[in-house]
Design a binder for this molecule. Sequence first.
Ligand code: AMP
Length: 296
Amino acid sequence: MDVIVVADRSELLAARAALGLDGAPGRRAGGAGTLALVPTMGALHEGHRSLIRLARERADHVAVSVFVNPLQFGPHEDFSRYPRTFDADLEVCAAEGAGLVFAPAADEIYLPDRQVGVSAGQMGTIVEGAFRPGHFDGVLTVVLKLFNLVRPDVAVFGQKDAQQLAMIRRMVADLNVPVEVVGAPTVREPDGLALSSRNRYLSPADRATALALSRALREGTRHTRPKDILHAAHAVLDEAARADPPLLLDYLSLVDPATFTAVAEDHRGEAILAVAAKVGTTRLIDNAVLTLSPVM
Ligand code: AMP
């Protein structure tokens, strides 16, 4: 399948027209198709592929954006060494049936004199946000800009970045953004490691230690009480902290899926067990969704 590759706003407009997406502003022309957007930072893997496939089920056309967003990286994070594999990414998009790839340069997205951005609020400062100040402001700002540029009907995000997904749902609700947000399950390697563009940085020894993240989540999900869940998961992470190379834990939190605040001991219903840790020079995150049922 042919992919239309665009890099700026006017090419996007032309591509939207070529796909028959434009009717009157704010309204679809009779019979015009729907568009789903899959925002990515490139270095596409099987997890991204699953998002594109889900997007294809949800809309007539799929756009993939490929943009390594400088605004969501902290000053000591890996922006400059983030993997960039654009030619391979295009092949993935073509193979999965995405009709449009939006790959803007940073100066296409951010005006040099920009002032206004999205604030992730208090929710952006907890859990992952406590370790990455400003990260969720940067994520929400770029996602809203991508929505305004691409104008999708639907946008698909991975549950792998659970707090990001929750924050985007929060933004859509708080700012009345006319986009339907769809979450997609985390894709894992056969041994449990969640796929991530950063996994390529793991040496074989790093990777062996990194398996503790998914193992901790698995051990945690065997229990139903918050205290037991956290205790079981911590036992695995503590052991990995003594491995070579060691796992350096940032956090393990059991949180409400919508607010990301820690759940109370008597919480019932869904919760997310979220973990973040460094192994070698690579920072990894993972999470599992649990249902806490009443204790008999
Ligand atoms: P990224 O390119 O890392 O910014 O991710 C782009 C999208 O892919 C986000 O919505 C991620 O949550 C999603 N994603 C990343 N890794 C996975 C995975 N292993 N399984 C499912 N979705 C993923």
